[in-house]
Structure formats: structure tokens, C-alpha cells
Design a binder for this molecule. Structure first.
Ligand SMILES: *Cc1c(COP(=O)(O)O)cnc(C)c1O
Length: 392
């Protein structure tokens, strides 16, 4: 993009004409299903606050108490004097929870992915990445200068082919655990077997599984009973089900020590505020102690899936709180999302380049804080919105 107002304006006009223009909504009040958005009361179905912890009194209290004790800013990077005892304790507790030797905190998931991929991969290496991986994994791969070879979504034969044709000695299998725009899970057992067989790294980004899947909520790898040896690099975020902010990498003692020496997004950035770490410790307790949050979420998901099936809506193969409804054309997705919005329901239309062309969808997500009546209302409004589109 050149420094020319006409070029900028032409770009923006084109985006609008393609129904791909994006604008942030202005939210008032805390993150919860009922929110005031752009001045209007809305019921939302698009947040990643799956367990309703972003606005939980215990999490808020821990945050406030820590702010009183430690102040707001961490003041420096972890390796200078920004690594608080709250960060340290959170890392130890997350290592326990995930069944890994060590954990390293990062300020965001985007940075965790950037940091770890770039620490272990370089020019001449090969990254085999699922075609539907999150943007941060793609950017991390590109920045590393390793050869990025994408394979068809969850297609193990396509992945095996990558191994038989590569000449790189250092290889990395890179995949979302729960796919962020589809809600389905990666075949992590098969990925682990392939990684072991080929002496490749395996990194799973469990941003959307962490807190949700597994008996204790430790995520997809707990659910599938996969050890640190089988999946050497686990990444998860704290801004989704955990309701706070930040992310971490979990793995072996040696891996974490290596990252501390080499991961640039760990070394050259200010540590997350200690109060965020303290709030996350409170979230972790709730995730561990309040099983009912996952159980209620599961029953809401089931209610929605059954209702949507009766309405003939095209869902995707997902059992997670991410329940996309496939629409196809961007224009149609926007139109349905707009109709729902007029009636006080916020459901995001996800369009290219976030998803592939012709697969625009309504990305419906659920939270423990929703109720049965919310799901019923959503189904009713979806039914009339889809009908009105058909009749156009
Ligand atoms: C949200 C997300 C990230 C980024 O995490 P942030 O903490 O929001 O930067 C990375 N990977 C996946 C799969 C995500 O959904």
C-alpha cells in the first residue's frame, strides 16, 4: 500500500463492495451474554468466554487484591525484573494442571506462537501445517523462514505424503487442537504417532480446548490422554475459557529453558501485569473445582445442535462451544447476521480471508452463562432469518 490517500480509499471501497469490510463494535459493561453494544441491548453468541469467567466475582477479586499489592504494570520483561511471584506460581500451577514439566507465560497467544515456532525452526527446516490453522500459526511459520507446507484439513494421508517427500531434517507438525472457525478437533493421536515415527516436533495450539475439554478441563490432550513425550509442545491461551489474558507454552524442562534463552517474543516484551496472573490463578481454581460449568455448557450445545437439526440448518462436525452455521456467500452471511442484530442477537458473520472463499458462516459460540431460554430464542430468530433470506 502506497502513501496515497486515493489508493487507501480505493482499497476501502473495494472491501465494502465485496462485503468484506470490518468494523469494531463498541461494548459497554462486562463480558457476558447480555451486553450493551453500539448503544443497544444485545444478547451475544460470539464470545470466547466459554465458561463465564471473564466477569466472575472471584476472578475480579483476585485481580483487585493483586493490583493493590503489586500495582498495575509489571514494569519490565520477565528476564529483567518483571517476573513476579504471581507469574511464577501461575506457571507452576499450569504445569501441574497440564501434566507437563514446565510452563512459560507469554503476553498473548499470538506472541506465544510466534516465539516458539521461531525458536525451533529456521531456513531449510519444514513446517507441516493444517490448512485451517489459526492466522498466528501461519504468521509464525512465515516469519521463521522454514518451508511452510500446508496439508488438507485433518487429512493424515496428505500429511504422510509431506514426510515422504521432504528433505528437511528438522520438521514440525503444527495444528490447532480445536479449530477456531470450525469447532472440530485435530486427530491428535494420529498426529502424535506420525510425529514420533518421523522424529518431528508436534505443536498443538489448544486455545479453544483449554478449560473446556478433558475431565478436568485441561484440554484436548487431557481428553485424549496424550503425554508430554507424545506432544512435546502444548500452547494454550488464557483469554478464552479462562476469562483473563495471555497464553503459555507447556513442555519439558529443557524445552522451556531453551525458550527462555531464545524466544524473542518472550525476551523482548514487557511481562503481563502480575494482577492478570493472579486473576488467572483464581480462574484455574474455578476451572478445576466447578465441573458443572462444563456440564452445563455441554447440555446447551446439545440443545442447540438438536434444535438446529430440526430447522435444517447446516452445522459443521463440532461438539465444542464453537458451532458454526455454514452459509456460503459473504453477502448472505452478512444479511442474516444483520437481521439477527436488528432483533437484538449478536452472531458474527465470518468471511474470507478468515475462512476460505464460499464458506462464509455464522460463528455461533456458547457460554456457561447462557440459559436454555437464550438458546431457544436464538433458534427461533435463526429460523425466521433463514426463511426471510430464502424468500428474497
Ligand atoms: C485466539 C487464538 C490465538 C491467539 O491468542 P491471543 O491470546 O488472543 O493472542 C491463537 N491461536 C488460536 C487457535 C486462537 O484461537
Amino acid at each position: 500500500m502506497q502513501n496515497d490517500p486515493k489508493k487507501l480509499q480505493a482499497f476501502l471501497k473495494q472491501r465494502q463492495a465485496q462485503h468484506l469490510y470490518r468494523t469494531p463494535l463498541i461494548c459497554e459493561g462486562a463480558q457476558q451474554p447480555a451486553m450493551k453494544i453500539n448503544g443497544k441491548n444485545m444478547l451475544t453468541f460470539c464470545s470466547n468466554d466459554y465458561l463465564g469467567l471473564a466477569n466472575h466475582p472471584k476472578v475480579i477479586k483476585a485481580f483487585k487484591q493483586a493490583a493493590d499489592k503489586y500495582g498495575v504494570g509489571s514494569g519490565a520483561a520477565h528476564l529483567i525484573n518483571g517476573h513476579s511471584i504471581e507469574h511464577q506460581k501461575l506457571e507452576e500451577e499450569l504445569a501441574d494442571f497440564t501434566g507437563r514439566e514446565r510452563v512459560l507465560l507469554f503476553s498473548t497467544g499470538y506472541m506465544a506462537n510466534m516465539g516458539v515456532v521461531n525458536a525451533i525452526m529456521e531456513r531449510g527446516d519444514a513446517i507441516f501445517a493444517d490448512r485451517l490453522n489459526h492466522a498466528s500459526l501461519i504468521d509464525a511459520s512465515l516469519l521463521s523462514k522454514a518451508k511452510l507446507q500446508r496439508y488438507a484439513h485433518n487429512n493424515m494421508n496428505a500429511l504422510i505424503k509431506r514426510f515422504t517427500t521432504t528433505s528437511s531434517e528438522n520438521t514440525l507438525i503444527l495444528s490447532d487442537g480445536v479449530f477456531s472457525m470450525d469447532g472440530d478437533c485435530a486427530p491428535v493421536n494420529e498426529l502424535a504417532t506420525l510425529a514420533e515415527k518421523n522424529k518431528a516436533w508436534l505443536m498443538i495450539d489448544d486455545a479453544h480446548g483449554f478449560g473446556i475439554l478433558g475431565k478436568n478441563g485441561a484440554g484436548l490432550l487431557e481428553q485424549q490422554n496424550l503425554s508430554q513425550q507424545q506432544v512435546p509442545i502444548l500452547m494454550a491461551t488464557l483469554g478464552k475459557a479462562f476469562g483473563t489474558a495471555g497464553a503459555f507454552i507447556a513442555g519439558s524442562d529443557d524445552l522451556i529453558e531453551y525458550l527462555i534463552q531464545t524466544a524473542r517474543t518472550y525476551i523482548y516484551t514487557t511481562a503481563m501485569p502480575p494482577a492478570i496472573a493472579a486473576a488467572t490463578r483464581a480462574s484455574l481454581k474455578l476451572v478445576q473445582q466447578e465441573q458443572w460449568r462444563r456440564e452445563k455448557l455441554d447440555s446447551l450445545i446439545l440443545q442447540f445442535k438438536q434444535g438446529a437439526k430440526q430447522l435444517g440448518l447446516e452445522l459443521m462436525p463440532s461438539d465444542t462451544p464453537i458451532q458454526p452455521i455454514l452459509v456460503g456467500e459473504s453477502k448472505k452471511a452478512i444479511s442474516i447476521s444483520g437481521k439477527l442484530q436488528q432483533q437484538g442477537l449478536l452472531v458474527t458473520a465470518i468471511r474470507p480471508p478468515t475462512v476460505e472463499k464460499g464458506t462464509s458462516r455464522l460463528r455461533v459460540t456458547f457460554s456457561t452463562s447462557h440459559n436454555e431460554s437464550d438458546i431457544k430464542l436464538l433458534l427461533d430468530k435463526l429460523s425466521s432469518a433463514f426463511k426471510s433470506i430464502k424468500n428474497q
